[in-house]
Ligand binder design. Structure first.
Ligand code: ZN
Length: 668
């Protein structure tokens, strides 16, 4: 499972990181950001080398994902890359610009369909133009195979009827027949479902079932009509790319130490045999290894791209522990009992003994496959239920990626548009990132785990309001303690100013800016969004007479401001107390009333104003990344160092990957 970036309104930060821009490219609805890898330089040499080899392995499977997303993706990409490299005509005309933009989008989406909406891109240039451009180049630039596919490439790009959507999820249609992904070939949905149901039946009663179908394409034999699997392994489908992955994993194995050495060796074994039992064995070794500083994912992991949720796309990332950030979550967890004892809730609802969860924070060093260029900000693996139950899972958040998003938001005009007061803007610039991180830590490490139900109360008593109220409870726990002197005493925050920044941003988001993501005319539906609105609106109303929170209008625009942060904190405490009571007693009616009164309905005028102001800023809704580059430094045949650099050219990186990490044939 992955955690998507919660598209919470970004907040500016004024940390200085040299003069290089954070956003390296923008086109359509996309911004491309570079990320830094703090701490890489001070890793011991063996770990740097390990990162290098795992990073090469992470880049080597890129073509696999392109082919999985749609069988025409590789021919389209290579045609356009060849044109892009060699065309000597006018590169300033509108049609060329449109072709360039289209290629940037294909790179970003790993194919001809939008990475998020799954719809096929509409090119802004004509088929005639593309054919003219191609005709100016010697045909051997493309090679025989690509020339033979020219008509098919044009159909894939220009015919709106061909491959219209990568992933169709409309209930009632044949989801395999209507999806353009390449996980099934010539197979109807009902047949595939039967194929795997039969497989599961033959294995019924096995407490440790493998993830059937995870690493193969399901195909119909053209002669016999029988269905069979083409397994993704050395010697099987995608062999040429997998051989490269294995080559680099073997190098990694040489410098890794136990228990990681055996983990990598098991993964190699799996890639060689395609045996899904080996994959489970690898996952168990991987999840048990909580000691290795450098860690990685590499394989067929997430099944979001298969309409049947069975076949996994190829992805990779390489990372290492962010020691400073983990230090913070460890301190919080170690003091879990103090926080529980001092919370404002009724003593009957408190846990006598409470154990904090220490979340691991990592720094990512390389993104590959389905994690590149768009990437999740958190990962929770493995996915197999029985392994999770028996061995647990590893849950991490990726700090340098969220930091890069934050830096990229600097100067996008958001705070200038929505934050009225200069002192709030200054505090947010200085502390909003720390306040956000800390609030997340307190929410995750302590908030959800605090409190207890009275005897006889069932966990599901709050029914459909349960998740909103649970998120509100965890958020309030975090908000209340964000402003506690204890955090200063523990050395986690410098002063109450951090809480002021966090509170001002939270209230503004809850009452106002988060509405930008909801379509006009709709209610607030999602639990986290409801929870933020509930907390903010309740506090607004409770403090209304004393203007603790206040609406102000300046030049026709509305702003929400916090006038008294100490008393706002007291309100957080009171609401925490009440929501804990509701949960502990299972008071469904009171819970329903809170949610329906404060969290659901939107003032239509305010809604429209927020959306208009947000859209006028022109902030791209989607973001992705360019990777850093690593280089081995050798002396007398021995590796003596690994150098890292940060290229800031999206097109150059894509062309480099196309040239040096493209191992598959055009048709697979
Ligand atoms: Zn939560």
């Amino acid at each position: 499972m992955t955690l998507p970036l919660c598209a919470q309104a970004p907040c500016a930060s004024d940390e200085k990181h040299g003069d290089r821009p954070w956003i390296v490219d923008r086109f359509d609805d996309i911004k491309v950001i570079r990320y830094e890898v703090p701490g890489f330089e001070s890793l011991p040499l063996e770990q740097k080398e390990l990162v290098y080899y795992l990073a090469e392995a992470a880049k080597s499977g890129r073509d696999i994902l392109f082919d999985q997303n749609c069988a025409m993706n590789l021919p389209v990409r290579r045609t356009l890359e060849t044109v892009y490299k060699y065309y000597e005509g006018d590169r300033r005309c509108a049609e060329w610009k449109a072709l360039e933009k289209y290629l940037k989008k294909v790179w970003f989406a790993n194919g001809i369909h939008h990475h998020y909406s799954n719809d096929k891109f509409t090119p802004g240039f004509s088929e005639q133009y593309l054919r003219q451009v191609i005709a100016t180049l010697p045909s051997d630039r493309f090679g025989q195979e690509l020339n033979a596919l020219r008509d098919k490439v044009c159909v894939a790009i220009f015919d709106p009827e061909a491959f219209p959507t990568r992933l169709n999820q409309k209930d009632g249609e044949d989801l395999l027949w209507t999806s353009s992904s390449n996980y099934y070939r010539n197979v109807r949905q009902a047949e595939a479902e039967k194929f795997y149901a039969d497989m599961a039946r033959r294995d019924a009663g096995n407490p440790e079932p493998v993830s059937y179908g995870l690493n193969s394409q399901l195909v119909r034999d053209e002669v016999t009509g029988e269905l069979y699997e083409r397994t993704w392994k050395v010697g099987g489908m995608y062999s040429k790319a997998i051989e490269r992955i294995v080559y680099w994993l073997e190098k990694a194995c040489e410098v890794a130490v136990e228990p990681q050495k055996s983990t990598i060796a098991t993964l190699i074994d799996y890639y060689r045999t395609g045996d899904l039992k080996k994959f489970d064995e690898y996952n168990i070794r991987w999840v048990k290894d909580t000691q290795s500083n450098v860690d990685f994912n590499n394989g067929f992991i997430e099944d979001y791209g298969d309409p049947l949720g069975r076949k996994a796309s190829w992805e990779a990332n390489v990372n290492f522990v962010d020691t400073a950030a983990c230090h913070r979550t460890t301190i919080i967890s170690e003091n879990a009992q103090w926080f529980e004892d001092h919370s404002p809730v009724d003593a009957r609802f408190k846990k006598k003994t409470v154990k904090g969860v220490s979340a691991k924070v990592i720094t990512v060093a390389m993104l590959g496959g389905d994690c590149y260029p768009a990437t999740p900000i958190g990962i929770n693996l493995p996915n197999a239920d029985w392994i999770r139950k028996e061995y647990g899972s590893k849950s991490v958040t990726i700090d340098n990626i969220t930091a890069a998003y934050d830096m990229a938001a600097h100067g996008n005009g958001f705070n200038e548009e929505f934050v009225l007061r200069e002192d709030d803007r200054e505090r947010m610039a200085k502390y909003a990132k720390l306040a956000d991180d800390l609030h997340t830590d307190l929410h995750e490490c302590l908030g959800h785990g605090s409190g207890q139900l009275l005897p006889g109360v069932s966990a599901g008593a709050l029914r459909s309001y349960g998740s909103t109220l649970e998120e509100a409870r965890a958020d309030l726990f975090g908000l209340y303690y964000l402003g506690d002197e204890k955090l200063v005493e523990l050395g986690i925050t410098p002063s109450f100013d951090v809480a002021k920044a966090g509170y001002a941003k939270y209230i503004m988001n809850g009452m106002m800016t988060q509405l930008a993501r909801i379509e006009l005319g709709k209610d607030v539906e999602e639990a986290h969004m409801r929870n933020r609105k509930l907390i903010s609106e309740w506090c607004y109303e409770q403090g209304r007479a004393d203007k603790i929170i206040e609406w102000q209008v300046k030049e026709g625009k509305r702003y929400v401001v916090v006038n008294d942060f100490e008393r706002l904190r007291a309100l957080f405490g009171r609401l925490l107390c009440e929501i804990q009571r509701i949960k502990s007693e299972g008071d469904y009616e009171a819970g329903r009333e809170l949610v329906e009164k404060y969290a659901v309905k939107i003032d239509p005028d305010l809604h429209k104003e927020v959306r208009d102001r947000y859209q006028a800023l022109g902030i791209e809704p989607y973001g992705g990344f360019v990777n850093p580059e690593y280089e081995l430094v050798e002396k007398d045949g021995r590796v003596v160092d690994v150098k890292i650099s940060y290229p800031a050219d999206y097109v150059a990186q894509m062309m480099d990957y196309g040239e040096n990490y493209s191992f598959l044939d055009l048709e697979n």
